[in-house]
Write a protein that binds this ligand. Structure first.
Ligand code: GRF
Length: 195
């Protein structure tokens, strides 16, 4: 299964996926490309250091549709079969979602459907929650609302701050994202063998 990963920042989830693919923990897969909309995303160097090709598409003066069309073309050119959003900070246009039906997934740092959107940890702490976590889900046209693939709960401690909580959840995101992609890769191989 050929995977394309979209990032905008540090890329720790991307690194976790690349390492799991390269070690064989995620079977029968290859990370075909890492794409960033930010030329200075720290994750780019980490991808290159692992021998993964990177491409930058800045939004600049383009419309969302035009920007997405460039990314879709790059992913299609490389025969990407699964698109993983990993800290990619842009909403996808409907045409992007239609280009990869049921083949785009995202990781979000809350137990969806609770706390979609931005500033998740601030809102979770302000609400006095005792548990948070992360969710890997399919991406559809509604923000953070597609079918859930896997979730992981993370306890909230007294005195937690946005920094401590986000760091503890991020650590768990990596294994959670790997588990989700592993499941899809296994299903993909089974389906390919059947057809
Ligand atoms: C993660 O918390 C992810 O859930 C959210 O953005 C953050 C990305 O972190 N969508 P990284 O770039 O993977 O380190």
């Amino acid at each position: 299964m050929k995977i394309g990963i979209l990032i905008s920042g540090g890329g720790s989830n991307m690194v976790a996926l690349v390492d799991a693919v390269q070690s064989g923990e995620i079977p029968d897969s290859e990370v075909a490309v890492v794409i960033s909309d930010k030329p200075n995303a720290e994750g780019l160097e980490k991808a290159r250091a692992r021998g993964v090709e990177t491409v930058i598409f800045e939004r600049k003066g383009r419309t969302r549709e035009e920007h997405d069309a460039e990314i879709i073309a790059e992913l299609k050119k490389r025969d990407v079969e699964l698109v993983c959003l990993a800290g990619y900070m842009r909403l996808l246009s409907p045409s992007f979602i239609r280009a990869f039906p049921d083949r785009i997934i995202n990781i979000h740092p809350s137990l969806l459907p609770a706390y979609p959107g931005l500033d998740v940890h601030e809102r979770v702490l302000a609400a006095g929650e005792k548990v948070s976590g992360c969710t890997v889900h399919f991406v559809n046209e509604d923000l953070d609302a597609g079918p859930i693939i896997v979730q992981c709960e993370v306890e909230i401690y007294e005195g937690d701050t946005v920094e401590t909580l986000s760091a503890r959840i991020l650590e768990r995101e990596h294994a959670t994202y790997i588990a989700a992609v592993k499941r899809l890769a296994t299903e993909f191989t089974e389906n390919t063998e059947k057809s």
